[in-house]
Write a protein that binds this ligand. Structure first.
Ligand code: SAM
Length: 269
């Protein structure tokens, strides 16, 4: 499964839903409490997990502009059915070159989910400056922050996690990615631009029964470690065999660190 495939996004969605930080979600809901409609732009929407996670926290009348460069994911995202008057509008767009066009018009909220760790520092700067120029709030969910805790512990876990984090900093289509430092960088950018930020962890807590996602994560981490050439391939293969054995024995658990935040302009629109 590739990092953006519909199959992978479907597999991770239930973990994302459980992980989303409730205080940050509450802060988003509170922002819309006295409004009867919400117009939202979801950047890199994938198969639409943010609409599904957020819709019930927003006023019944919603207009979502779902932006992604993958037309198959966009059509999945737009096929969702929701209670209330929820309109979904697909916007095929390569965000690496041009995203400003989707920030204009009547917009109440920008959302992103599992995106900011993929982007580069210059892209994040441009994103934050453009959002601030329009005094828009941003709900950014599930930014990977570099923490991987596996149980039972294996002597090679730390070296693999460090190789994975080196891989996370390679180019994901936006220039060298911020990877594990993305959430902290984004929060400090928005604060410097006069935003108030509510932030909290949204870690995946993956249990012994969640063998499918565990096996996918382990295979992806082993591939990433091989690609950055940080460890002998034989060590990586042996680590993977040991970890798969723990998954098969239903004793393996994982915590994967993420951060959610809501950044609100201090000047209310
Ligand atoms: C990890 S997925 C997250 C999807 C969704 N937000 C979620 O939380 O399930 C990253 C998404 O970014 C999209 N993406 C990656 N590069 C992009 C680009 N240059 N322009 C637009 N979308 C892009 C992918 O197609 C994918 O849907």
């Amino acid at each position: 499964m590739s990092g953006f495939s519909a199959e992978w996004l479907a597999l991770r969605e239930s973990h994302d839903v459980r992980a989303r930080n409730p205080a940050v979600l509450d802060a988003v809901a509170t922002m819309f409490k006295r409004r009867d409609a919400a117009s939202v732009v979801d950047l890199a929407c994938g198969a639409g997990s943010t609409v599904r996670a957020l819709s019930s926290h927003l006023p019944a009348r919603q207009h979502w502009h779902l932006v992604d460069n993958d037309r198959r994911l966009l059509s999945l995202a737009c096929s969702g059915k929701f209670a209330g008057d929820v309109k979904l509008n697909a916007v095929p767009l390569d965000l690496s070159s041009n995203f400003e066009v989707v920030l204009d018009g009547t917009i109440d909220l920008i959302t992103v989910s599992a995106l900011l760790d993929l982007v580069s520092e210059p892209w994040l700067d441009r994103f934050a400056r453009n959002i601030a120029a329009r005094t828009l709030p941003v709900y950014a969910a599930l930014t990977y922050d570099g923490r991987i805790d596996l149980s039972p512990a294996d002597p090679l876990d730390a070296a693999i996690a460090s190789a994975v984090n080196a891989h996370q900093r390679t180019d994901k289509g936006f220039g060298p990615a911020l990877g594990p430092s993305a959430a902290a960088a984004a929060i400090s950018r928005f604060e410097a631009l006069g935003y108030s930020v509510v932030a909290g962890n949204s870690d995946w807590l993956i249990g012994t029964q969640d063998h499918e996602i565990q096996l996918e994560l382990l295979a992806g981490w082993a591939d990433a470690a091989r690609e950055v050439e940080a460890l002998p391939h034989r060590d990586i293969d042996n680590w993977l065999t040991r970890r798969k054995h723990e998954v098969g024995a239903r004793v393996s658990t994982m915590r994967v660190g993420h951060v959610d935040f809501l950044a609100t302009p201090i000047v209310i629109r």
